[in-house]
Ligand binder design. Structure first.
Ligand code: NAD
Ligand code: ZN
Length: 359
C-alpha cells in the first residue's frame, strides 16, 4: 500500500505491527494480513455513524457491540455487555475483538479481551489523536472503579494497531490539541529534534496536513514502542512516559474529571515539572519558555485552573500510584529531549513550582 508506514512493537512472540496512513482503513488488504476469522467490533454510536463505513471488510462488521460514549462508561457494565454478546454468540478462544474508537473504547475492549476466556486477541483502530499516539500502543488496558480511575486492568498487547489519519477530520480542535500534549511530551522525554520539528511545523499540523500528521503519529508511536519494548510492565524507564502525569492526575482529580481533558491537565503538569528542572539547574529557562510557547500555540493551558488549592493539590499527589515509601516519584525533564526519574525533590521546590503556575 503506498504511503503507508509500518512500525513493529518488538516483544518477542507478542510483537505486533502498527500501520499508519491516510485512508488505509478502506483498503481491504490491511485486514488480509490478519489471520483471525471471527471478529466482534466494539465502538460507540458516534464513531459508528461517522466512520464505520470506511471499513469495507464484511467479516469485521458482522458483529458490532455498541457501548455508551464517555469516560464514565469505561466500567464493569460495559465489560459485561461485551462478555454477554460474546457468550450469547458463542465466541471461542480463537476469536478477536476490534476496538474502534478513542482511548475509552480501546481500554475497555482491551480489558475485555484480556479476560474473556482467559485472554483472546484484539486489534486497535484508534480514532482520536490521543489514542493514536498513546493509548492504543503498549498494552495497558483497563476500566475505572468508583474509587479510582484505571484501577482495574491488565497488560494485554493487541495483535495490530491500524491508524487512519482520515478519522481525525471529525475530531474537535480541543480533543486534537489534547492529543498534541502527549505528542509534545514524547519530544521532551526523548527527542529534541522532534520537538524542534513540531515547533517549526505548528501551522501545518493545525491544518491537518497529511504528511505532518503521519510524521507526528509515527514518531510518537516509535518512541512509545521503543520504551515499551524495553520495559513492558513499567518497572523502570516506561515511567518516563508519565512526565507531567502526577501533576496532571492531581489537577483532574481536584477539578473533577472531565472539566479539563487529560491532555490539557498533563500539558500544564509537564510545564510545572519543567519549572522544577529549572530550579534544579537541569533545564535552561529558555527551554522552559520554548515548551510554554509551544503549549500556547496549541491552546493548551500553561497555568493551573482557577480556585485550585495548592496544598490540596499536593495532598492528592501523595495518593498517586507513583508514590513510593511516602515520597512522590517525579519524572523531570533534563533539558529538552531527555528525562529522568527523580526520587527526592523537596516539597518546598514543588510548592514553589505550583505557586508559580497559579492562575
Ligand atoms: N492504555 C493507555 O496506555 C492509555 C494512555 C492514555 C490514555 N488512556 C485512556 O484513554 C482515555 C482517553 O482517550 P480519548 O482522549 O481518546 O477519549 P475518548 O475515547 O473519550 O474520546 C473522546 C471523545 O471523542 C469522540 N471521538 C472519538 N473519535 C472521534 C472522531 N474521529 N471524531 C469525532 N469524535 C470522536 C469519542 O466518542 C469521545 O466522545 C482515558 O480513559 C484514559 O485513561 C489510556
Ligand atoms: Zn497521558
Amino acid at each position: 500500500m503506498k504511503n503507508m508506514k509500518k512500525i513493529i512493537v518488538k516483544l518477542d512472540k507478542r510483537s505486533y505491527p502498527i500501520y499508519i496512513g491516510k485512508n488505509i482503513l478502506s483498503d481491504k488488504s490491511i485486514f488480509s494480513k490478519i489471520k483471525e476469522k471471527k471478529f466482534a467490533l466494539v465502538t460507540n454510536n458516534k464513531i459508528k455513524s461517522l466512520h464505520l463505513k470506511k471499513i469495507k471488510t464484511p467479516s469485521l462488521k458482522k458483529d458490532i457491540i455498541i457501548l455508551k460514549d464517555g469516560e464514565k462508561f469505561k466500567n464493569q457494565d460495559s465489560i459485561n455487555k461485551i462478555y454477554n454478546h460474546l457468550l450469547k454468540n458463542k465466541f471461542s478462544r480463537d476469536s478477536c475483538l476490534v476496538a474502534f474508537g478513542g482511548g475509552v473504547i480501546g481500554d475497555t475492549t482491551g480489558y475485555a479481551s484480556a479476560t474473556y476466556q482467559r485472554g483472546i486477541n484484539f486489534i486497535q483502530i484508534p480514532t482520536t489523536l490521543l489514542s493514536m499516539v498513546d493509548s492504543s500502543v503498549g498494552g495497558k488496558t483497563g476500566i475505572n472503579h468508583e474509587l479510582g480511575k484505571n484501577m482495574i486492568g491488565a497488560f494485554h498487547q493487541p495483535i495490530a494497531v491500524i491508524i487512519d489519519t482520515e478519522n481525525l477530520k471529525t475530531l474537535s480542535i480541543k480533543q486534537f490539541n489534547a492529543g498534541m500534549a502527549e505528542v509534545i511530551k514524547y519530544g521532551i522525554i526523548k527527542d529534541k529534534k522532534f520537538f524542534d520539528w513540531i515547533e517549526k511545523n505548528t501551522d501545518k499540523i493545525k491544518e491537518h496536513d497529511t504528511q505532518s500528521l503521519i510524521k507526528i503519529i509515527k514518531r510518537s508511536c516509535e518512541i512509545k514502542s521503543e520504551i515499551v519494548a524495553q520495559d513492558e510492565k513499567e518497572k523502570n524507564i516506561r515511567a518516563l512516559l508519565n512526565l507531567g502525569h502526577t501533576f496532571g492526575h492531581a489537577i483532574e482529580n481536584n477539578l473533577g474529571y472531565g472539566k479539563w481533558l487529560h491532555g490539557e491537565a498533563i500539558a500544564c503538569g509537564f510545564l510545572i515539572a519543567a519549572s522544577i528542572s529549572v530550579q534544579l539547574g537541569k533545564m535552561k529557562n529558555s527551554e522552559y519558555l520554548k515548551i510554554k510557547n509551544l503549549l500556547e500555540s496549541f491552546n493548551l493551558p500553561v497555568k493551573l485552573p482557577k480556585d485550585l488549592n495548592i496544598n490540596k493539590l499536593f495532598e492528592t499527589m501523595l495518593l498517586d500510584k507513583k508514590v513510593k515509601d511516602n515520597s512522590i516519584v517525579y519524572i523531570l525533564p533534563n533539558g529538552i529531549g531527555k528525562a529522568y526519574i527523580a526520587n527526592s525533590i523537596s516539597k518546598k521546590k514543588v510548592i514553589k513550582a505550583l505557586k508559580d503556575h497559579a492562575s
